[in-house]
Design a protein around this ligand. Structure first.
Ligand code: ZN
Length: 160
């Protein structure tokens, strides 16, 4: 079996920036799970996954434009501090999760005030060229339910 539309892919990854600094690593936990062809992962990575099979190990460089997009100026928002009560030790540079009308998004704290916090709403990895070291762990066909939901179900994927 190879990775094609409606394959559920279980994979481990190590994510680094173009200078080789490690940003994320899945190897300490469960592999990640996604539904191929459903836009669940960044485009540059999904394209590289196409046609791979169980046990394949490969590296792929993804330009910012095919990863989290360019960094956009003017996306700093002033957020009432009470919306960030769940975040401990707020300080500039910390990545926080904020509830918006479009769901939960990540932002990066720019400045902490007494009643409000300035947050840069660019994705923390926006504007960065990325390198993924991938290991394909397991493949299976998606269930009809997964295809209708547009995501994979199970540990490392969507659990609901
Ligand atoms: Zn679902």
């Amino acid at each position: 079996m190879i990775i094609a539309k409606n394959t559920v892919v279980s994979f481990h990854y190590r994510l680094s920036n173009s200078e080789g600094k490690e940003l994320e690593n899945s190897h300490d936990g469960h592999p990640s799970l996604y539904l191929h062809g459903a836009n669940n992962i960044i485009r540059g990575l999904e394209t590289a996954m196409e046609g791979k099979t169980t046990g394949d190990v490969f590296s792929v460089s993804v330009d910012a434009i095919d990863a989290y997009g360019p960094r956009v100026d003017g996306k700093v928002q002033r957020v009432p501090a009470k919306y960030l009560k769940h975040e401990k030790k707020l300080k500039a540079g910390k990545v926080v999760r904020i509830n918006t009308d479009n769901g939960v998004v990540n932002g990066t704290v720019v400045k902490v005030g007494k009643f409000s916090v300035d947050v840069d709403m660019n994705h923390p990895l926006a504007g960065q060229d990325l390198v993924f070291d991938i290991e394909v762990v397991e493949l299976r066909e998606a269930s009809a339910e997964e295809i209708s939901h547009g995501h994979a179900h199970g540990v490392g994927g969507h659990q609901h």
